[in-house]
Ligand binder design. Structure first.
Ligand code: NDP
Ligand code: GDR
Length: 360
């Protein structure tokens, strides 16, 4: 009998799915992924690891599917018989979740139930371990709910502030419930924001690094952003998928916060990104009238005019309810999982800007 481990990843075409698939292949797993049918190609992030299905030893296989389709999920899990399932599939954009709240509840909330229930119905509760992609959005940035050290940890109360957060809180609790009710090895990773050159283009970090590159190369005039006053605990997706894997390798199933413990204003991320192209910015005005102007430019390659406005606020990007501050306490994951991030924010910003400069 083969000892090769088999993993199934929902959301394999996303940022985290692509890094996790790479990691598991490196570790010798057979990796299966669920991808949605789309009218144009949606596999750009995983094309480099795709294997010709006609080869003899194929370790990477994609299955068409959708988290809203129970029978499809049951069939795939039955076919794959996975040792580990990583449920990363989700409508993951917080602002967009206000536009399609019911869909988000279905995919991000009930979709998690569909995975767990499929494992139970198929009699795989002793074999299959399940990782659920929970999120720091569960905390909602409520200042009074931070621990005595000033962080959110595994014991901090939840207070979601978006349809996305509300759907994910169902995913969190149903995962915990299946663990307790059916003795399943089902765990939540409560991951704080993590980014990379593969981050979706409408999340704030990638939007900033892409615009920085485009403005440097004269392809874009100005970057329009929403709330510059929120703070996020940003790490690198590569580090965070390693934590997901470690969570499923433990002796007992538990929930873990994965974070760096450092928080940064959106405004400061903008400053760091422009610094990568040799531009210093000054911010003037407040809230909706705030702009960022070029204060100096010491890169001979990018001749940006001093005083040019490169960032403006557009209230269109504000959210009906905002999460003002996120900062996570990674003590448990450091001690129990032995997990430690390899990237700091400066290295992350550099990698993202460098990668986006190559795009133009
Ligand atoms: P992405 O948005 O990059 O990827 C989401 C993935 O889910 C894509 O593969 C997408 O497919 C897929 N998907 C969307 N809807 C469905 C559906 N109905 N059925 C099946 N698959 C679907 O997200 P990330 O990689 O950044 O995040 C991975 C997971 O971690 C998500 O659950 C997210 O909510 C959660 N998370 C992310 C954090 C972060 O900072 N990145 C932090 C905490 C949690 P397609 O490519 O076709 O759109
Ligand atoms: P977030 O990430 O909502 O934290 O969710 P996002 O990058 O979208 O926003 C972070 C903060 O930046 C502010 N912001 C803007 N955001 C976007 N997208 N676009 C803008 O133009 C803009 N201007 C300012 C936002 O208001 C917010 O305060 C991410 C997702 O990956 C979730 O799936 C995940 O669960 C959480 O991180 C942890």
């Amino acid at each position: 009998m083969s000892t090769q481990k088999v993993a199934l990843i929902t959301g394999i075409t996303g940022q985290d799915g692509s890094y996790l698939a790479e990691l598991l292949l490196e570790k010798g797993y057979q990796v299966h992924g669920v991808k949605r049918r789309a009218s144009s190609f949606n596999t750009q992030r995983i094309d480099h690891i795709y294997q010709d299905q006609h080869e003899v030893h194929v370790n990477f296989k994609l299955h068409y599917g959708d988290l809203t389709d129970s029978t499809n999920i049951i069939r795939i899990i039955q076919e794959v018989q996975p040792d580990e399932i990583y449920n990363l599939g989700a409508m993951s954009h917080v602002k967009v979740s206000f536009d399609s709240p019911e869909y988000v509840a279905n995919v991000d909330g009930i979709g998690t139930l569909r995975i767990l229930e499929a494992v139970r119905i198929l009699g795989l509760t002793d074999k299959t371990r399940v990782y659920q992609a929970s999120t720091s959005e569960l905390y909602g940035g409520m200042v009074e709910n931070k621990n005595e050290k000033g962080f959110y940890d595994e014991n901090s109360p939840f207070y979601p502030r978006s349809p996305y957060g509300a759907a994910k809180i169902y995913g969190f609790w149903i995962t915990k419930n299946y663990r307790e009710a059916y003795n399943m090895f089902a765990c939540n990773g409560i991951l704080f924001n993590h980014e990379s050159p593969r981050r979706g283009e409408t999340f704030v970090t990638r939007k900033i690094t892409m615009a920085t590159a485009a403005i440097a190369k004269g392809k874009q005039d100005c970057l329009y952003l929403g709330n510059l006053n929120s703070q996020r605990d940003w790490g690198h997706a590569k580090d965070y998928v390693e934590a997901m894997w470690r969570i499923l390798q433990q002796d007992t199933p538990e929930d873990y916060v994965i974070a760096t413990g450092v928080t940064t204003y959106i405004r400061d991320f903008v400053i760091m990104a422009f610094a990568e192209i040799g531009v210093t910015l000054t911010f003037e005005g407040e809230n909706e009238s705030e702009v960022a102007k070029v204060a100096s430019c010491n890169n001979p390659l990018y001749q940006l005019e001093i005083g040019k406005v490169v960032v403006r606020v557009d209230p269109e990007y504000y959210r009906p309810t905002e999460v003002d501050l996120l900062i996570g306490d990674p003590t448990k994951s450091k001690t129990k999982l032995g997990w430690k991030p390899q990237y700091d924010l400066a290295a992350l910003v550099r990698e993202m800007v460098e990668s986006d400069l190559k795009l133009y």
